[in-house]
Write a protein that binds this ligand. Structure first.
Ligand code: C2E
Ligand code: CA
Ligand code: CA
Length: 749
């Protein structure tokens, strides 16, 4: 058949290659990433705008500075040229101090004509105003003595002291309004103070002339530095709002001192984003939003793909080992079988089951169990051929299908190899675990034509391999099926039998050599089958143990034994009741509690009971079982090792576990009176028990001679047909009552 076809199911998981780090983050958190980008971009934009704005403000200030400088120099020019013109009158007076002042009219008129912002000119020889031009409207000032106006006197004295023209004010004018006073001191050629020339410049008309008010449309504008005092915060003209702003200032130099012309833009600078910046910002936002949407879509698609991948993987692969699962395997097997049919070739199917995997799981935990399964899977991958199908069916069960062409004998070689390799210890963490496997083999077409028959039969064969001692393989044969069918049938029958009360207990008396009385009895189960009659426990207990039916059956047995024990007690027969317990019954968590409750509910003390168990319970070291045993012992329940000597040769458990009795199996008793070796062996067992402080029950004692030998060897209790077969409860009561009146020698046993 076509070898390639077997390999068509992928055996290993495809590893997804890790996406690059940043790409990964983008795909995982697109919203966060785009938000961060958006924030970063905004910060950048704001920073750029701020910079732009600062630059703009700077250029505006510079522009304003230039404008102000122009205004300032124009004002400066106007004032200073006016002062110079005024000074020319002074020169006139210095030359002719005695001149009639009215001679100056034409000159002053020319000055006022040239400098129309001068309101009038007054001349005060010896500080008394004697001349004013034009006179009209200024008549009141003629004759005023400056010495009588203290507000002006200080300034006039300053002018005289300095000997220079001084621009003072603005001051409130006697004529109304405010104005600047330009004063020019006049000294005669012999340095005598002649008086002062004063000119009034109404501030408004000066500024009007300088066109300053028009600047106010766009700016807050102000003038400071009254009297040329250089005080920037003290506006004598203009907008008070100016002081609250970042203003630009330029100096206006006066003949003495200076003013400041200051201004700042009236309106808050608009947010400075040009259409180009707007478009760039908008484009960036749109691009980011688009990118986020794209990433989000990508991520959703990625997640969907991953989810689909996981679902597909879970549906086809076993997550623990990465091997194909049962569903995939049966699919592939069916396909391969069809091809084998076409080519008339052979196929082998091997069911591989680990021995004692359950114990590993229970005693070392599931984590170790899982690791062991993974290790076994890896080992199997290396062992099976490249064209074979390998799968994990579940639990500790693996399966291998091999196309053999026309060489079925290859199967045995392969099975041998698998058993050998799987028996090699496995390193799990710091533990080296001893494992082995049992393999069942079914062959196509000999043992089945379809996958379900083949799987079922390989499974049966695997079970047979377990029965013949594990760590081996077994081929399927038809008789096995019959046996298996019988098992299933019997299992159901037992369960039904428990329900229908088909079971009953018999009690075998146990003789106490020390007291010469029957102080114990063993409860033994019987099955009164409606069709098959009375069935021995030898014919159903082992099946019940394997199928799990022992649990309901054992429960019923204990319950019945407790009822009867209570009954014996009530009749005044103080017999200790010995009940057989199978190892499987100890596998249930807290079953000890359940039993202790049953005992208490029956109104019995634990000391009135013995549980008969087998050595395997101690040897397997399954924690659930151990916990149950310890719990029972702690509550005073006594334990006996049944069939002692037949199982394991290791006896050290006796010193470690709370055992009260050993029951020497009847195979050791049968020749005890006739063969020295048998007698010596019995002596060893009894002496050993004495050393360990354990009492001895001899089972299967049928003759007086056996009784005598065992008594002589120091045996404690005797059980056997010599005294009595197991009896129905009523017969047992009668037997014990009757025996109380005789000695064993007297008795007719
Ligand atoms: P076992 O526990 O070793 O029980 C002793 C068996 O030896 C009983 O067989 C008993 O009838 C038989 N026997 C007693 N004295 C003599 C004798 O002098 N000569 C001979 N040849 N046989 C003697 P039985 O009742 O058929 O039980 C067989 C086995 O079935 C028991 O062996 C025990 O392993 C199992 N079994 C019986 N009852 C129960 C039960 O209630 N629960 C469980 N788990 N197992 C039980
Ligand atoms: Ca027993
Ligand atoms: Ca026994």
């Amino acid at each position: 058949m076509d070898q390639q076809s077997l390999n068509s199911t992928p055996r290993l998981v495809a590893q997804s290659s890790p996406a690059p780090f940043f790409g990964n983050i983008l795909i995982r958190y697109p919203t966060t990433v785009s938000l961060i980008l958006l924030v970063l971009l905004s910060i950048l934009a704001v920073a750029m705008l701020a910079q732009e704005r600062a630059k703009y403000i700077e250029s505006q200030r510079y522009q304003l500075l230039q404008t102000l400088t122009n205004y300032a120099s124009s004002l400066e020019g106007m004032l200073n040229s006016g002062v110079v013109a005024l000074d020319s009158i002074r020169s006139e007076l210095v030359l002719q101090p005695e001149t009639d002042l009215s001679n100056l009219d034409a000159r002053v008129a020319l000055l006022l004509h040239n400098y129309p912002y001068f309101r009038h000119v007054a001349i005060a020889p010896d500080l008394v105003i004697r001349y004013v031009y034009p006179l009209k409207g200024n008549e009141t000032v003629v004759g005023v003595d400056y010495r009588n106006i203290p507000q002006q006197l200080a300034a006039i004295e300053k002018t005289i002291r300095l000997g220079l023209p001084v621009v003072a004010g603005p001051v409130n004018l006697l004529q109304g309004g405010s104005g600047l006073v330009v004063r020019v001191p006049v000294q005669t050629s012999d340095q005598k103070n002649w008086g002062v020339i004063a000119a009034i410049i109404p501030l408004e008309s000066l500024l009007e002339r300088a066109n300053l008010p028009s600047l106010q449309q766009q700016y807050w504008v102000g003038l400071s530095g009254k009297d040329g005092n250089d005080q920037a915060d003290d506006l004598f003209w203009g907008d008070a709002e100016l002081l609250q702003t970042q203003r630009v200032m330029v100096d206006i130099k006066l003949p003495v001192g200076r003013w400041q012309l200051q201004a700042s833009p009236r309106h808050e600078l608009p947010l400075l984003i040009g259409p180009l910046q707007w478009m760039a910002l908008l484009a960036a936002v749109v691009i980011i939003l688009l990118c986020s949407a794209l990433l989000l879509l990508l991520r959703m698609a990625g997640e969907r793909e991953r989810a689909l991948h996981t679902i597909a993987f879970q549906a086809t692969y076993d997550l623990l080992t990465g091997l194909p699962n049962r569903a995939v395997f049966t699919d592939s097997l069916s396909r391969v079988l069809k091809q084998a049919q076409g080519t008339q070739s052979c196929l082998s199917l091997m069911c591989i089951d680990l021995d004692e995997f359950k114990q590993v799981n229970e005693s070392l935990g599931h984590v170790v169990g899982d690791k062991l399964l993974r290790a076994v899977a890896e080992r199997l991958k290396l062992l099976v051929g490249e064209h074979d199908l390998l799968a994990r069916l579940g639990g500790d069960e693996f399966v291998v299908a091999s196309a053999l062409g026309n060489a079925p004998e290859m199967t045995e070689l392969m099975a041998e190899k698998l058993v050998l390799e799987l028996a090699k210890p496995v390193q799990v963490g710091d533990k080296l675990l001893a494992v082995s496997a049992s393999i069942g083999i079914a062959m196509y077409p000999h043992d089945g034509m379809n996958h379900s028959d083949l799987l079922k039969h390989a499974d049966r064969a695997m079970y047979a391999a377990k029965q013949i001692g594990r760590n081996t393989y077994h081929f399927y044969d038809a008789a096995m099926q019959k046996e298996a069918d019988r098992f299933v049938h019997l299992h159901n029958e037992i369960l039904k039998g428990v329900q229908l009360q088909q079971f009953f207990l018999v009690y075998q008396p146990i003789y106490d050599i020390g007291s010469g009385a029957f102080t114990k009895c063993e409860a033994l189960v019987r099955w009164q089958h409606p069709e098959r009659g009375l069935i021995s426990p030898l014919d159903f207990i082992s099946v019940a143990e394997r199928t799990g039916a022992i649990r309901p059956l054992g429960h019923w047995i204990l319950q019945q034994a407790l009822i009867d024990a209570k009954h014996f007690c009530a009749l005044g027969l103080p017999v200790q009741m010995s009940v057989n317990r199978s190892s499987q019954e100890f596998n249930v968590h807290h079953v000890a509690d359940e039993w202790l409750n049953m005992i208490a509910a029956a109104g019995l003390e634990c000391e009135q009971l013995i549980f008969e168990i087998t050595e395997s319970l101690f040897m397997d070291r399954i924690s659930v079982q151990q916990n149950n045993i310890i719990k029972l012992h702690q509550h005073g329940l006594q334990l006996a090792i049944d069939d002692f000597g037949t199982g394991y040769s290791a006896l050290n458990y006796l010193s470690r576990y709370p055992v009260n009795f050993i029951k020497i199996d009847k195979s050791f008793i049968v020749d005890v009176a006739s063969e020295d070796k048998a007698r010596a062996l019995a002596a060893v067992l009894i002496n050993m028990a004495k050393v360990l402080d354990v009492q001895v029950v001899a089972e299967g004692v049928e003759t007086k001679a056996q009784l005598d030998v065992l008594t002589e060897l120091g045996c404690d209790f005797i059980q056997g047909y010599y005294f009595s077969k197991p009896l129905r409860a009523d017969d047992f009561i009668a037997f014990v009552r009757q025996s109380a009146t005789k000695t064993p020698e007297e008795g007719d046993y």
